[in-house]
Design a protein around this ligand. Structure first.
Ligand code: PEP
Ligand code: MN
Length: 295
């Protein structure tokens, strides 16, 4: 572009480069396409970490019944302590995928190193780049080259410009399917795990065409404080939310204190459903039956 309007260091991610909102399309195994960035609010739910087959089947049933359209769960966990549970690896990917497929939910899981791509490729619908890896540029380049949908989480101390530059790496290396995720930033405040930067939603909306979701779980870190912030994220214009849910959080191997009970998640979904029309939106749903059977 030759005019002076774009002084920004990122290009492909900018609103100047593309005026209309990007909608990231994610197909499920029922002939349905989940659209992130349109007029339907999407909810991604599931545990922090995949712990067992039973855990995943139980939680997938619960979140699907409440209206989640994608299933999350980490198989490779970037833990602050090397002595904490590190994830089940490929075994975990299998449980995640089996549970997602059973309910028509595409799966979201974090990739911590590009050497894992050959293992992960066959199971993953949406790659998540975690906050700690937001500026791992070699990882961004390799994951971008796959052309698959990516949820990019905002780094712990990343400015909005840093965040968009990280998105630019993904876009420049070959994927157009980038979803930004605000997940709280480090501040002096100790009362919550991080500080949810809600204003990032309208600010990003002005700067970029990419869809924006919010993770109130890692932002707040305290179970009972998460639903109001999920609701506030939707009210603030987020295209969706990603929330940690666990059927037995007291036994969770990671992030138990911030995992919603299924009933709390269900209530949150009802509240979002009630709020959506005020925003001119509705909630995305998964078909109960595969497309061929429902005709
Ligand atoms: C997660 O989603 O489980 C996670 C580790 O998130 P973040 O990278 O935002 O801390
Ligand atoms: Mn977590």
């Amino acid at each position: 572009m030759e005019n002076t309007e774009s002084q920004k260091p990122y290009k492909l991610a900018s609103r100047e480069y593309k005026k209309e909102n990007t909608i990231v399309e994610i197909p499920n195994n029922r002939g349905q396409v989940i659209r992130v960035g349109g007029s339907r609010i999407v909810t991604i739910a599931g545990p922090c970490a995949v712990e067992s087959r039973e855990q995943m089947l139980e939680v997938a049933a619960a979140v699907a019944a409440s209206g989640a359209v994608m299933l999350r769960g980490g198989a490779y966990k970037p833990r602050t302590s090397p002595y904490s549970f590190q994830g089940l690896g490929e075994e975990g990917l299998k449980y995640l995928k089996e549970a997602g497929d059973k309910y028509g939910l595409p799966v979201v899981t974090e990739i911590v190193d590009s050497s894992l791509i050959p293992i992960m490729e066959k199971y993953v619908d949406v790659y998540q780049i975690g906050a700690r890896n937001m500026q791992n540029f070699e990882l961004l380049k390799k994951v971008g080259m796959l052309g698959k949908p990516v949820i990019l989480k905002r780094g712990l101390s990343a400015t909005i410009e840093d965040f968009l530059m990280a998105a630019e790496y993904l876009l420049a290396s070959g994927t157009e399917k980038v979803i930004l995720c605000e997940r709280g930033i480090r501040t002096f405040e100790k009362a919550t795990r991080n500080t949810l930067d809600l204003s990032a939603i309208p600010v990003l909306r002005g700067l970029t065409h990419l869809p924006i979701i919010v993770d109130p779980s890692h932002a707040v870190g305290i179970r009972d404080k998460i639903p109001p912030m999920g609701l506030a994220s939707v009210a603030g214009g987020a295209d969706g939310i990603i929330v940690e849910v666990h059927c037995h959080p007291e036994k969770a191997l990671s992030d138990g204190p911030q995992a919603l009970y299924p009933q709390q998640f269900d209530k949150l979904m009802h509240d979002i459903e009630a709020l959506a029309p005020v925003l001119g939106k509705s909630i995305a749903h998964i078909r109960l039956q595969p497309l061929a059977l429902s005709k």
